[in-house]
Design a binder for this molecule. Sequence first.
Ligand code: HEM
Length: 245
Amino acid sequence: MSETTATPVAEQPEPPASDEQILRYRPGQRYIHLLVAVSFTVLFLSGLPLIFEPLSFLAAGGYSRIVHRVAAVAFMAVPILYFIVDREGAKELIRESFVFERDDFRWLMQMGQYALGNAKDMPPQGRLNAGQKLHHALVMVLSAGVVFSGLLLWIGPFEIDAPLQAWTVVIHNVTMGALVLLLVGHVYFTVVYKAINNMHTGYMPRYKARIEHQKWLAELEEQKGSSSATDTTHTTDSSAEARED
Ligand code: HEM
């Protein structure tokens, strides 16, 4: 076992400049994620004046309503665009997010330790850890709730059914609130595990994958054995040999 596996990720020293990087997100996936992050943030900010009385002055002139609808169209376009730019990535994301194995349940039982920044001795994980699976699966289900309730509010036949409209508003606000809470957790883990680069550059250091995604790394190494995996890895310092410790 390498010495890096014994140290919690959040307490890891800076990796050497030559540490080998592994491809985690292809460019299309990164741009789609950017669209999700921006459209969701705009949806949240432009939605607040519509439901929160002290901010209602921001809705004056109806501009926040227009901004909200433009962001809603961008948010709804995400699954379609994902399938267009990276069909395999989209299918993989859906498949992996909803499949939980025994190690995932064990991982969730120990999640408190992971949340405190200590990934040491956590049950081995695949490309997504169980927390990411839970997050991504909930994002998909709750987003469906936000989108369908939002569409009903936008184009629904409510002049004939006021109680249905009231319930639709409740569903819209509750599902959006739950997504905001998930986002707080999502950003928390991004910061604690210094993961922003995974999405920014598309690559993650091998030493981190060894600690956090052992099963995924084993799969990649197996593939590398049978075919050339040179297109999925690179070193941050081209003058140095890839580190394989
Ligand atoms: C606004 C700030 C956000 C930040 C800083 C952020 C950060 C990240 C990072 C670092 C990853 C990659 C983690 C890994 O290594 O696997 C990721 C993935 C992901 N994030 Fe975010 N995120 C943000 C917003 C959102 C929002 C608003 C949503 C959904 C409503 C979201 C949903 C996802 C999903 C589904 C993935 C997996 C992407 C894929 O497999 O294609 N993120 N995010």
